[in-house]
Design a protein around this ligand. Structure first.
Ligand code: SF4
Length: 402
């Protein structure tokens, strides 16, 4: 496996400003057909488990035992059925002697303290730091994965970069870093559910918020369990088309939409990410249909981020998304009625800033992760007193503008 250092892992968050690589050829639907991700449900790694457990093994949550020592994992819609010696689709779980084990409990492969804006979360405690961590593993196979070096790896393959941090250690490290939250991010936290939820419970007790950055491909019961300790989330809507979900990501759309509905019902703040991939997810009718669904099901107040695609992983021959496309879709979404629509991975764009949905005045100006202008008082617009959706600093303190 290609060796990369931890800095490279961390650099690759979904929302980071990717470098603009030359892209010689646009082959939209040619690549689409040639580079389709397989439907991964049921595609477990037969005989892929290690011979014995290691220090960072933990019995899985929410699994059931079946006949002949098989087990079924109930965390995500892949519902892996593993015979003894098998490894899961997400590569993080194994069946040893008739029990399901996670192999990523306490061994993050990436740790960093990030601005909360990097997740991106624009309506949640601006200008705070979030202690971010990931283990290996993902329940998708996105052709354009930004973090494939860790998401498509087995835990032992990045062991050289592991820093041991059990849940109590994470809380201590986060507090030491002066972060106000812990973000489960970079890879797919659903695959390290056991580690995430134990850490999140302790974080709550320690006065820290929990932030989940995810593809939202999770089953309802573990989701409700997670919601009890969750403060905010950045959730991907990869496209509004089940066929594209299957081909580009290896998953399905419906469970993702169900996750949005549940978080909305649970009154948890979340922001939506839509990566606009040329030739795959950049069709106007799909963007319109997605906005219609959002408005009808979860309302106008969840911020929506259109993110610029840069060539990466198996889609390294596609060009970056034209900025004009992102601007157009931002306008479209605003016209349809979504109140806060952003453009990500494009510097110095109007869509980087927050404008009051009522009086349209500038509330938060962003220059990268720097915020030179902040015009909220508590959770209200300073100019017209409209309540702005999100989780904000109390009026008495405000963000640290130093
Ligand atoms: S979390 Fe991993 S092991 Fe569990 S069902 Fe999903 S892909 Fe399979």
């Amino acid at each position: 496996m290609k060796k990369i250092n931890r800095r490279q892992f961390i650099h690759c968050s979904t929302a980071c400003l990717a470098s603009c690589l030359a892209a010689p050829i646009l082959e939209p639907f040619g690549v689409f057909e040639a580079a389709a991700a397989a439907d991964i449900r049921g595609k477990v790694f037969k005989g892929g488990a290690p011979q014995k457990l290691w220090k960072w093994s933990h019995e899985g949550f929410r699994y059931k035992k079946l006949k002949n020592d098989k087990v079924i994992c109930g965390i995500c819609p892949n519902r892996c059925v593993l015979a003894p010696g098998d490894r899961s689709v997400c590569r993080s779980k194994v069946n040893l002697h008739g029990k399901l084990y996670s192999l990523t409990y306490g061994n993050p492969c990436a740790i960093n303290t990030d601005p909360i804006e990097k997740k991106p979360l624009f309506h949640f405690k601006p200008k705070t730091q979030t202690f971010s961590l990931a283990t290996t593993g993902c329940n998708f196979r996105c052709l354009n994965c930004q973090n494939w070096e860790i998401s498509q790896a087995r835990p032992a393959e990045v062991a050289a970069y592991v820093r041991e941090l059990f849940p109590a250690d994470v809380i201590q490290a986060a507090q030491k870093s002066r972060a106000q939250s812990i973000a489960y991010t970079y890879s797919e936290p659903i695959t390290f559910f056991e580690y995430m939820i134990d850490t999140a419970r302790l974080a709550r007790e320690g006065g820290l918020h929990n932030v989940w950055v995810s593809n939202a491909y999770i089953n309802p019961k573990p989701l409700v369990e997670l919601c009890r300790v969750l403060d905010a989330a950045t959730l991907n809507i990869k496209s509004y088309d089940d066929g594209i979900y299957r081909k580009l990501n290896g998953g399905r759309l419906k469970p993702v939409l169900n996750t949005f509905r549940t978080l909305h019902e649970q009154d948890i703040h979340f922001e939506l990410i839509n990566l606009v991939v040329p030739g795959y997810t950049d069709q106007e009718h799909m963007i319109k249909a997605m906005c219609d669904w959002i408005l009808e099901n979860i309302g106008p107040d969840h911020p929506l981020h259109f993110i610029r695609f840069f060539p990466r992983y198996k889609l390294d021959r596609l060009p970056p998304t034209p900025v004009s496309t992102l601007s157009r879709y931002r306008e479209l979404a605003l016209q349809q009625g979504i109140r806060y629509v952003y453009v990500g991975n494009v510097a110095r764009h109007d869509g980087n800033h927050t404008y009051c949905h009522n009086c349209k005045k500038l509330l938060i100006e962003r220059q990268g992760y720097f915020i030179p202008t902040y015009n909220l008082e508590g959770d209200h617009c300073k100019f017209c007193n409209t309540r702005i959706p999100g989780v904000w600093h109390p009026a008495s303190t405000g963000p640290d503008m130093s």
